[in-house]
Design a protein around this ligand. Structure first.
Ligand SMILES: [Zn+2]
Length: 124
């Protein structure tokens, strides 16, 4: 789809720069017709910019997985949970949820980006 659009923009660019060149030469041949000259110049530069435009990076990377690390407020309870990052999460935010082990409040201790599954070349 994006590839097709790239081809289309190239085609339109070619068309525009060609048409611009025609208008330009027509404007130049007709003395004093600066409007055509300007329009031709404009259309041609538009077409050329389309032609030379860098192709946008086609693949859109999904945002890297971000996780939220939750700790229990109770220092004697070592309950920890790592869940997907949710909008509004911030470090040291008190969570409305209670610790499933001791019932104390839970606090976000860390938010970090996890690397995507490393290729299984580690086992060497
Ligand atoms: Zn706890």
């Amino acid at each position: 789809m994006v590839y097709m659009m790239g081809i289309a923009s190239k085609f339109v660019g070619l068309l525009l720069s060609g048409a611009g060149a025609v208008i330009l030469t027509y404007g130049m041949s007709k003395e004093g017709d600066w409007m055509l000259y300007v329009v031709g110049l404009f259309v041609m530069s538009l077409g050329l910019s389309l032609l030379t435009a860098r192709r946008q990076p086609t693949e859109i990377h999904p945002p890297p997985p971000t996780v939220t690390e939750i700790h229990c407020d109770n220092s004697e309870c070592d309950f920890r949970e790592i869940r997907d990052f949710q909008r509004g999460d911030y470090v040291l935010k008190k969570l409305p949820a209670k610790c499933p082990r001791c019932g104390r409040p839970l606090t976000i201790h860390a938010i970090y980006v996890t690397r995507e599954q490393a290729p299984s070349t580690a086992a060497s």
